[in-house]
Design a protein. Structure first.
Length: 277
């Protein structure tokens, strides 16, 4: 196992100016070394291990212990193929032995409230956000546990691209929506560590200050150009902007965010039980 300094250097490069301890607990080392895995062997994930990982997901912190999330586990191959067909740009969905859908779930708490004879008065933006955060925390705890067990994972936001069809395929009712999918399986490759923005661009001490952002991003762009260059196939919206000879990370971000994604998302939520006021 690499030293903490080597692992952190892999994320930030020479520009990391912080101190690093000589040793860290194994969990921290695994987090520093983590990477998304999108290629899997054909080996199944044992049920006992999967159930334990799901228990880890349910051990995540949750707002007021309301536990406003649901996890749908898909292992049936035909069902996985059906979900993969709705997301053709994510080929690894076809080959993972387990696919999980993490959902924000307002429905359960609403049913419990009404079961006790109270009027449910929390269908609002705050509950939407709390349920989304609950689901995200559960997913991250699942990922950490799965990777500690030697499994590989990759989150998939594209499950929200065709929400109505995806929800219909999984019988997801009103008051519930998928925040992300997650492929799971035994790694068929080691993946690639992605460089991250300098800490100074993300971490703010005492108060928010992004006055040095331009220089920090320029340095990050230069480093990524050396370690993770963006190919023509990886550039966003080439149909609009063409192929850039030296596309940087920040330019690719700008390309992506210049075109609205999932413009029907709010309408879907409003039509499926969520009042976003």
């Amino acid at each position: 196992m690499a030293t903490p300094g080597e692992l952190i250097g892999g994320r930030y490069g020479a520009e990391f100016g912080g101190e690093t301890p000589a040793e860290v607990p194994e969990t921290i080392a695994e987090l520093l070394a983590r990477r998304c895995i999108r290629r899997y062997t054909d080996d199944p994930v044992p049920d006992a291990l999967l159930d334990t990982l799901l228990a880890c997901a349910q051990s995540a912190p949750t707002k007021s212990n309301l536990q406003q999330y649901a996890i749908i586990v898909t292992t049936d191959r035909d069902q996985r193929m059906k979900l993969a067909d709705l997301n053709p740009d994510t080929g690894h969905m076809q080959y993972c032995p387990v696919f999980l859908t993490f959902c924000a779930d307002m429905r359960r708490a609403k049913r419990l409230t009404e079961r006790h004879g109270y009027a449910y008065a929390s269908n609002n933006m705050d509950t939407f956000l709390n349920a989304t955060v609950d689901a995200a925390l559960a997913m991250q705890c699942f990922i950490t546990a799965a990777e500690a067990a030697g499994l590989g994972c990759a989150p998939i936001s594209q499950v929200r691209n065709r929400m109505a069809e995806f929800c219909a395929a999984l019988s997801i009712p009103d008051g519930v929506f998928p925040i992300a999918g997650l492929t799971l399986g035994w790694p068929a490759w080691e993946g690639r560590m992605n460089a991250r923005l300098p800490q100074a661009a993300v971490i703010h001490r005492e108060r928010y200050d992004d006055s040095g952002l331009d220089g920090l991003v320029d340095a990050y762009d230069a480093r990524r150009r050396e370690t993770n260059p963006i190919s023509a196939d990886g550039q966003r919206h080439t149909d609009r902007y063409g192929v850039s000879e030296n596309c940087t990370w920040s330019e690719n971000v700008a390309r992506q965010l210049s075109v609205a994604e999932r413009a029907d998302f709010r309408a879907f939520l409003l039509g499926n039980g969520f009042d976003l006021t």
